[in-house]
Design a protein around this ligand. Structure first.
Ligand code: HEM
Length: 452
């Protein structure tokens, strides 16, 4: 448990992910540790995880201390709010994520991927992270604001990662430096957060001039009314929009970056993916109707999210009263850690867990995964509101691009993930992008139509 007051703080701060993995593998289902003066528990059994997130969510609130840390960026937005505030915010944002709306975004996801392909032309060497981050930002900006977003996405693309990086540094300290201290860290953080606020609010001002429902999230929020018929207050509107930026940008981009890396490292998966794309699409652009037919592409993405869940650890939960979990008494106010990354690599639930194998998500095999052992989007009432948005986006982007291009990772690069606020792939992963020849496409088509 470590010395009093600092407890396991030093070890934990040095490498939070390595510390938690070690703790889980050594001590099992419920691990008690002390990051400083706090009592913390890592829950590492699917039943305990479901108990907290699905069985008794009202007894476990999002932790206040973590909330204060991210509040400068997210305000009092949906990711950190609790109780009635959270329900009201979720209700207001939900219509933008309804199946009909997501279907409406499909053409846009494909159009942006096709624009990326135009730029790739006959191929070359690229940073795959830059390419995927740019694409995810364009998709998100258009879904949020339905605007020609080139300029705006550039500004957000610059400000958001810096703001997130500075907040990650705060979260590693556990007790952030007071925001009034005139440090370079604080100055930069304020500047980046102000830039994001300006982007969000300038769109809201523009929207008011026309007042038309354009089918984007902004319209949805501007038109939402509470029981008294009042619109959403300006500060809350800002928090909603910045929350969506923060939650929806890097998460989807990181998933795609890992997917490309894994596909490049596994030629048999790449071949099966190409065979499906050639069979289902035969060279044409995918549409919403193709989504249910792209089974293998979807399996590749699910397996990518098993090995590299962008939200590698969920927002900390805090019991509102003393509770028992799996026979352990856990005191009110403790910090509960739940890590999709750790449980999704647990050999008790996934055979040979480090192996990339999309077949784990074939329709039959998927049913065998214990509930609570696979949760890249969370579970229960606080499950990711953007799940279907991001799954649809990743599927259409991957299908559009992989149909026409191969990505190979230049050798000799370190490809370890880093567990900050999100699970980050390394920056600047160099890849070679080459067009798939029509000959290669014809060959996989022939293979996939040949009798088994
Ligand atoms: C691969 C992409 C994504 C992953 C892996 C992911 C993961 C998650 C997870 C695990 C949670 C639950 C956190 C918890 O229980 O503590 C969550 C919540 C949330 N996500 Fe996502 N997310 C993704 C994409 C998106 C997108 C595209 C958006 C919006 C455009 C979004 C918006 C949100 C919001 C607002 C919440 C808070 C929901 C609530 O508390 O009611 N996410 N996400």
């Amino acid at each position: 448990m470590g010395p009093p007051l600092i407890g396991n703080m030093l070890e934990f701060r040095k490498d939070r992910m390595a510390f938690l993995i070690r703790a889980a593998r050594t001590y099992g289902d419920v691990v008690h540790f002390r990051p400083g003066p706090f009592h913390a528990y890592l829950l590492n059994h699917p039943d305990h995880i479901r108990d907290v997130l699905v069985g008794r969510p009202a007894k476990f609130l999002k932790n206040r201390i973590q909330g204060w840390m991210v509040e400068p960026l997210l305000g009092k937005g949906m990711i950190i709010s609790n109780g009635e505030d959270h329900r009201r915010q979720r209700r207001a944002a939900q219509p933008a994520f309804a199946p009909r709306r997501i279907e409406g975004y499909c053409g846009m996801f494909v159009r942006h991927a096709e624009e990326a392909m135009k730029a790739w032309g006959t191929g070359g060497e690229y940073d795959i992270d830059t390419e995927m981050l740019r694409l995810a930002m364009k998709n998100l900006c258009e879904a949020l604001f339905n605007a020609d977003t080139t300029d705006i996405s550039k500004r957000a693309e610059e400000a958001l990662p810096i703001a997130i990086e500075l907040l990650t540094k705060d979260s590693e300290l556990w007790v952030p430096l007071p925001s009034w201290l005139p440090t370079q860290h604080n100055r930069k953080k304020k500047e980046m957060i102000r830039a994001l606020t300006d982007i969000a609010l300038s769109f809201a001002d523009d929207w008011r001039k026309s007042g038309v429902d354009r089918g984007d999230l902004l319209s949805m929020l501007m038109l939402a009314r509470d029981e008294k018929g009042c619109p959403i207050a300006q500060a809350e509107l800002r928090d909603h929009l910045v929350t969506m930026f923060a939650a929806g940008y890097e998460t989807t981009a990181f998933t795609l970056i890992w997917a490309w890396i894994l596909i490049a490292q596994h030629p048999s998966v790449e071949a099966a993916l190409h065979a499906e794309l050639d069979r289902v699409l035969g060279g044409r652009a995918p549409t919403a109707e193709d989504l249910p037919k792209l089974t293998y592409t979807s399996m590749v993405l699910k397996e990518t999210l098993r090995l590299y869940p962008a939200a590698w650890v969920l927002a900390l939960r805090e019991p509102v009263e003393d509770v028992a979990i799996g026979g352990y008494r856990i005191r009110k106010g403790s910090f509960l850690f739940i890590s999709p990354y750790i449980i999704q690599r647990d050999p008790r639930y996934f055979d040979d867990p480090e192996r990339f194998d999309p077949e784990r998500f074939s329709p039959d095999a998927e049913k065998e995964i214990p509930r609570g052992a696979y949760l890249p989007f969370g579970i229960g009432p606080r499950v990711c509101i953007g799940q279907s948005f991001s799954q649809t986006e990743a599927l259409l982007v991957l299908a559009t691009l992989a149909q026409h291009y191969r990505v190979s990772v230049k050798p000799g690069q370190r490809l370890d993930p880093w567990g900050g606020l999100a699970l980050r792939p390394p920056a600047g992963v160099r890849v070679r992008i080459t067009p798939r020849t029509s000959g290669a496409r014809a060959a996989t088509e022939a293979l996939s139509s040949a009798p088994a």
